[in-house]
Design a protein around this ligand. Structure first.
Ligand code: NAD
Length: 411
């Protein structure tokens, strides 16, 4: 059975609370979000029918600054998942040293079943529902699974119509023409690659075979960047299944094939595999870049990778974590590995607030500095506490957020 993401997030927090002996009052604050918005979005479909969709925005904690987090369109979106993702955003921002708290949003729907016009109307309704609770100094949404720059553009436009003012800093991940940052589209992947390179140095790993689960924004861009750097991508997958070629896949061609056929499967010269098989491939580096709860107590023992770079949020369950730690698999946790997206979102927000835009080289140079520093702080904490990287990352994050709460006069 699929684990509840919020139970996982709470369990992770509880473990850290015990290690750092955090006060109960602060633990109580951190375990629940500051605000939950739950609405039914009314949408007129193209055939004239009216439908409604469940939508959420959860703001977890704002002690370090305005809250920040993506909006997900997926059939499995539910309140507990959004609560978990919002909490992970708080930790992610704290680890990267950003002046933000965490939030997340989601709408329960299968975006593949809606036309572009229906998606636009839905996105606009979403903003109408949450407009009073977002803003550049309140809560700043961004893209996540099945939302992209176009969706952010509709949302920005709706927010500006509703408030009657120009306000690019309310949302990040926008198209460049509307105030987006260069490098944002591939930032999560690029940040993940910077972290992977540090992890390989630390771990002393030279072998460069890779399997990637998920070929969307994050997985697809990671595959492209790693392929260019000379890594051998032997397996990739999407929601329909995966492909494997031990000689290495031509990433550009696989992505073209996916563009044409809507999936990576049946790519010529490769063997079709299931998503389960992909996770157990004989590779040095495994990159989950799709959804949560993929590496569990059922399959962790069979993972052969030496490094797992978690670009998806929450792909590994706590039981699986224990098994992987025993097997000495080096897991670079989501809150560290995939922070590149929110870091460049932060750069986008800074550029919007200043009205002055940076070159791509400047964005990537600053991203590399933050990702490298974050990796080293987490690694140093893991050595100091003699613990795994996830626990270390959360220790660092919880300590930073707790300190901010205390400085504000509580606890
Ligand atoms: P996306 O919608 O662009 O791509 C998702 C990919 O996952 C698609 O290829 C889809 O086919 C695949 N997928 C869906 N269900 C699957 C399944 N059951 N098995 C295997 N593959 C499946 O989304 P994205 O933006 O690339 O996000 C992917 C992950 O990265 C998510 O966990 C997201 O929260 C996380 N993330 C994204 C960003 C960002 O900047 N986009 C930042 C941080 C974390």
């Amino acid at each position: 059975m699929k684990e509840n993401a919020f139970s996982v997030a709470k369990k992770q927090l509880e473990d850290v609370v015990k290690i750092i002996k955090l006060e109960r009052t602060i633990h109580n604050i951190l375990v629940e979000p500051e605000r939950i918005i739950q609405v039914e979005l009314p949408v007129k479909m193209d055939n004239g029918e009216e439908k409604s969709f469940k939508a959420y925005r959860v703001q977890h904690n704002s002690a370090l600054g305005p809250t920040k987090g993506g909006i997900r369109y997926h059939p499995d979106v539910n309140l507990d998942e959004v609560k978990a993702l919002a909490m992970w955003m708080t930790w992610k921002c704290a680890i990267a040293g950003l002046p933000y708290g965490g939030a997340k949003g989601g709408v329960t729907l299968d975006p593949k079943k809606l036309s572009k016009k229906e998606l636009e109307r839905l996105s606009r309704e979403y903003i109408k529902a949450i407009k009073n609770y977002i803003g550049p100094d309140k809560d700043i949404p961004a893209p996540d699974v099945y939302t992209n720059a176009q969706v952010m553009a509709w949302m920005l436009d709706e927010y500006e119509k509703q408030t009657g003012k120009h306000c690019p800093g309310v949302i990040t991940g926008k198209p460049i023409e509307l105030g987006g940052s260069l490098g944002r589209e591939e930032a999560t992947a690029q940040g993940g690659v910077f972290v992977l390179e540090e992890a390989m140095k630390t771990f002393g790993l030279k072998e460069k075979t890779v399997a990637i689960q998920g070929m969307g924004n994050v997985g697809g861009n990671t595959a492209k960047i790693l392929h260019k750097k000379g890594f051998k991508i032997v397996g990739v997958s999407d929601s329909k299944g995966g492909v494997y070629d031990e000689k290495g896949l031509d990433v550009k061609k696989v992505l073209e094939h996916k563009e044409k056929t809507s999936s990576v499967i049946n790519f010529s010269g490769s063997r079709n595999i299931s998503n389960e098989e992909l996770l157990e491939l004989p590779v040095a580096i495994l990159i989950p870049a799709a959804l949560e709860n993929q590496i569990t107590k059922e399959n962790a023992e069979n993972v052969k990778a030496k490094i797992i770079l978690e670009l998806a949020n929450g792909p590994t369950t706590p039981e699986a974590d224990k098994i992987l730690f025993k097997k000495e698999v080096f897991v670079v946790p989501d809150v560290l590995a995939n922070a590149g997206g929110v870091v460049v979102s932060y750069f986008e927000w800074v550029q919007n607030n200043e009205g002055y835009y940076w070159k791509l080289e400047e964005v990537n140079e600053k991203l590399k500095k933050i990702m490298t520093k974050s990796f080293n702080s987490v690694y140093e904490t893991s050595q100091r506490y003699k613990t795994d990287m996830r626990t270390a990352a959360l220790i660092l994050a919880v300590e930073r957020v707790a300190q901010a709460i205390k400085l504000r006069g509580f606890g």
